[in-house]
Design a protein around this ligand. Structure first.
Ligand SMILES: Nc1ncnc2c1ncn2[C@@H]1O[C@H](COP(=O)(O)OP(=O)(O)OP(=O)(O)O)[C@@H](O)[C@H]1O
Length: 232
């Protein structure tokens, strides 16, 4: 009997199908961008600072929505910029004027959004200046707890090699500071935004460690001998 030979698939098999798998692929794309794009790491740290300001000063609904939307929009633009860079690199391996224009235009899109966000952020602060001036206690607390939290996030996203214990300490430190900030927050949404960004920073640190693991170690771990050892 002739068994029909299927042509080789154009793409490697997906890790799964369905909603959960799609979510996993999108999450992997987000973490990959944080690990490999310096600008994305800057946006992430800026997002944490916006989250700290928003959870310290009581803002109106429109101001909250605008700030959160701006942070998410910059993330979206940077992820799209990164996707475009990969696409251009896939198609063009040498210097090409059109490749340069494509990449520069995508980068300009992110820059325009980032500048717009800074202006909106400053306008919101100026508009709420009376509240800012009278919130000395809240601001002192946000600075005292928020700056170490931001430092922990910076440690997590830094591309330099470091012992695992530093990453674990930075993540636990950020989580503990978040819990302290949670009890006095002026906005649960901004605290949730900060918490989400800390989780992303932690996942990026973990992914960076996985990528830095020597290939030989992975191969040894997955070799038939080691698998036999594990099962036997
Ligand atoms: N194939 C190419 N041909 C011509 N110019 C290129 C090419 N690849 C990159 N460039 C130029 O180099 C710049 C940086 O491109 P690169 O791929 O290194 O992205 P990047 O450093 O990650 O950029 P970004 O600063 O936006 O994150 C581009 O904006 C473009 O001006």
């Amino acid at each position: 009997m002739n068994v029909p030979v299927r042509p080789p698939s154009a793409f490697p098999p997906r890790k799964g199908s369905g909603l959960l798998a799609s979510f996993g692929h999108a999450w992997a794309g987000l973490i990959h961008t944080v690990v490999h794009q310096r600008n994305m790491r800057v946006h992430l740290i800026s997002g944490v600072l916006v989250g700290l300001v928003g959870s310290g000063i009581p803002l109106g609904l429109a101001e909250k929505v605008t700030l959160i939307f701006c942070v998410l929009l910059i993330f979206f633009a940077e992820i799209l910029n990164s996707a475009l860079e990969h696409l251009v690199d896939l198609a063009v391996q040498q210097f090409d004027e059109k490749a340069r224009l494509t990449k520069d235009a995508a980068a300009a899109g992110v820059l325009v959004l980032a500048l717009g966000t800074v202006v909106i952020f400053a306008a919101i602060l100026v508009h709420n200046w009376d509240t800012v001036r009278t919130s000395t206690e809240a601001i002192t607390r946000q600075v005292a707890l928020g700056l170490p939290l931001t430092a922990c996030v910076v440690v997590l996203v830094l591309p330099h090699r470091r012992p695992a214990v530093v990453d674990v300490g930075a993540f636990l430190g950020a989580a503990a500071l978040l819990v302290l900030l949670f009890f006095e927050t002026a906005s649960l949404v901004f605290t949730a935004l900060t918490a989400g960004l800390v989780v992303i920073a932690g996942a990026a640190a973990y992914q960076r460690r996985r990528e830095a693991r020597p290939a030989a170690q992975d191969m040894t771990a997955d070799s038939p001998v080691s698998r036999n050892k594990k099962t036997g």
